[in-house]
Ligand binder design. Structure first.
Ligand SMILES: CC(C)(COP(=O)(O)OP(=O)(O)OC[C@H]1O[C@@H](n2cnc3c(N)ncnc32)[C@H](O)[C@@H]1OP(=O)(O)O)[C@@H](O)C(=O)NCCC(=O)NCCS
Length: 328
């Protein structure tokens, strides 16, 4: 086997991406998620990360066998590296994965990482190669998430029936399409900080992320091929934002909306604000992007409350995601 390091965007990167897509199809079939080179370049540029990409081909031919990308964070959790690794289904179970994994672990270690934290996913009905692979390579599971899908459109009567309608003297819900209003950014930075400590991370300690208005602006308000919609709850007496949720639609898969973060500040929990912002965002998504046919979300299996709310909305469990950690 021959290994090269490449720059995503170079001509070789299409072959590299196709290995990831083929491995994904091997796990998920027709429902496999797809991405694009433009999106990968965009994400790397907007996040505080250094990414290195590797392609393994057969010796003597250029047939792609395995692909990987290492992810090193430079702003917070700098010692915790990430990894994206795929072996083409025609070449699995021949140690290519283990070989490339060892190479990536070496790269991250040399760049100062002391551990790796990553995730893998599989549909409910399928076997899960990544689990056997992670365990065989010394990773421990830190969290198990349910993956839930909702088929769109959801009719307005169902949304109205679930809507908690917070007291408008206490909270108002606002929605922003593809970018955030400048006047949200300070509060939104605090919400992002809380998100990094309050969402279940399972059996691993991560640092609070260092968010300020500028970082939020860079993440959400710079031109990007990724489209987003966000809804927030404003606490009327103080004027502050106290809850948020966002959905993104990626160019590689325009019929799929992916739930990213949802958070209600601790002091404002227990008032159904999480459900209120999610419903507002779903309404906005259906209005703005009628071509979206599925919303996808992940929740820790311990988060029974959120999973139950999603089921009332019509979400069904379609898979699992496991988070893994290994000290280097
Ligand atoms: C997981 C994956 C990377 C493994 O790559 P691979 O080259 O087939 O794995 P290797 O041949 O190096 O296997 C190393 C060990 O992992 C374990 N393993 C690998 N595949 C397994 C499977 N399908 N079931 C159970 N254990 C498995 C075994 O212990 C194996 O050793 P063995 O073959 O001597 O028994 C590959 O199946 C893949 O690309 N899957 C889809 C994408 C993915 O889930 N990536 C990982 C998350 S980022």
């Amino acid at each position: 086997m021959k290994e090269i390091e490449l720059v995503v965007g170079d001509p070789t990167s299409e072959a590299w991406l196709e290995v990831h897509h083929a491995a994904n199809r091997g796990v998920w079939g027709a429902a496999a998620e797809r991405t694009s080179i433009a999106e990968i370049v965009d994400v790397a540029a907007r996040r505080h990360e250094v990414r290195r990409s590797f392609l393994v081909t057969e010796e003597g031919s250029d047939v792609p066998v395995a692909a990987a990308q290492t992810i090193r964070r430079t702003r917070d959790n700098v010692g915790t590296g990430g990894l994206w690794l795929s072996v083409h289904p025609d070449h699995q179970r021949r140690a290519a994965g283990a070989h490339l994994l060892a190479r990536c672990e070496g790269v991250l270690r040399a760049d100062g990482c002391v551990r790796i934290h990553e995730h893998s996913g599989a549909p409910v009905e399928n076997g899960d190669a990544a689990t056997g692979f992670a365990l065989a390579n010394g990773y421990r599971q830190t969290l198990l998430d349910h993956r839930q899908d909702l088929a769109l459109p959801v009719d307005e009567a169902a949304l109205t029936a679930l809507d908690p309608r917070p007291d408008p003297a206490a909270y108002i819900i606002e929605t922003s399409v593809d970018g955030l209003p400048e006047e949200w950014l300070e509060d939104r930075a605090l919400l992002a900080r809380r998100m990094s400590t309050d969402a279940p991370t399972g059996d691993i300690d991560l640092d609070e992320e260092d968010w300020d208005a500028e970082r939020v602006r860079q993440q959400w308000n710079t031109p990007s091929p990724i489209w987003g919609i966000e809804s927030v709850a404003r606490h009327v007496p103080t004027g502050r934002l106290v809850a948020f949720t966002d959905l993104v639609v990626r160019p590689g898969q325009p019929d799929l909306a992916v739930q990213s973060d949802t958070l209600v500040l601790r002091e404002h929990r227990g008032r159904a604000l999480g459900l209120a912002v999610k419903l507002a965002n779903l309404r906005g998504l259906q209005r703005e992007r009628p071509e979206v046919t599925t919303v996808r979300t992940w929740n820790a299996d311990s988060n029974a409350h959120m999973v139950a709310i999603n089921e009332r909305l019509g979400f069904v469990v379609t898979g699992w995601t496991r988070e893994w950690a290994k000290d280097l």
